[in-house]
Design a protein around this ligand. Structure first.
Ligand code: HEM
Length: 156
């Protein structure tokens, strides 16, 4: 069905944007800026992260709408009848979203407050918490994307 192809194309693009963005931030940008003086490094993340986080919120909205959209329309047996790879994707995907929401509303807000007050030690602590969550979400995201795209080939 054309609607399924269309929705799952957006689903894949949203996953690529979110997971690819985390991969770039964690494995390319972070080591590259590690040598900068702390004040400059923190100021850079203060400018980079809000732009990326806006794309993450958009990706989450698209992943949920397209993922549950196709299931509600009966794709692969619908909400209850789908394969186990879809259940796994929902579990790990939901965990990623909860972790991101926590990151955004707790350490990210603390980081912004610390930066506004020029409390560098606080900001470094908040950024370390953000980094930990991004590390977990990157691993979950790579796993989820692999399961989502190949799950039907493993199990059936
Ligand atoms: C949490 C709610 C989610 C739902 C309900 C959902 C649902 C689905 C469904 C129904 C498919 C099609 C599977 C198939 O054809 O066998 C799919 C594919 C896929 N999903 Fe998800 N998904 C969710 C979250 C995620 C997340 C968080 C990611 C990655 C970060 C992701 C990545 C993918 C990828 C890469 C595919 C392969 C594209 C395709 O086969 O068309 N999904 N998802």
């Amino acid at each position: 069905m054309f609607a399924f192809a269309f929705a799952l194309a957006f689903h894949t693009l949203a996953a690529v944007i979110w997971v690819g963005g985390m991969f770039f931030a964690h494995l390319a940008l972070r080591p590259a800026v590690a040598a900068l003086p702390p004040a400059e490094r923190l100021a850079l993340w203060r400018r980079v992260l809000p732009r990326f986080f806006a794309w993450v919120w958009a990706s989450i909205a698209v992943l949920l709408a397209s993922g549950y959209g196709v299931l509600l329309l009966g794709y692969r047996g619908g909400l209850g009848g789908g394969g186990i790879h879809i259940d796994i994707m929902q579990a790990t995907g939901s965990l990623m979203m909860v972790l991101f929401a926590y990151l955004f509303f707790a350490p990210w807000q603390a980081f912004k407050r610390a930066m506004a007050a020029s409390e560098l030690a606080e900001a470094i602590g908040a950024l370390a918490r953000i980094r930990l969550i991004v590390t977990i979400n990157l691993a979950l995201g790579l796993f989820t994307a692999a399961i989502g795209s190949t799950g039907a080939l493993w199990a059936y």
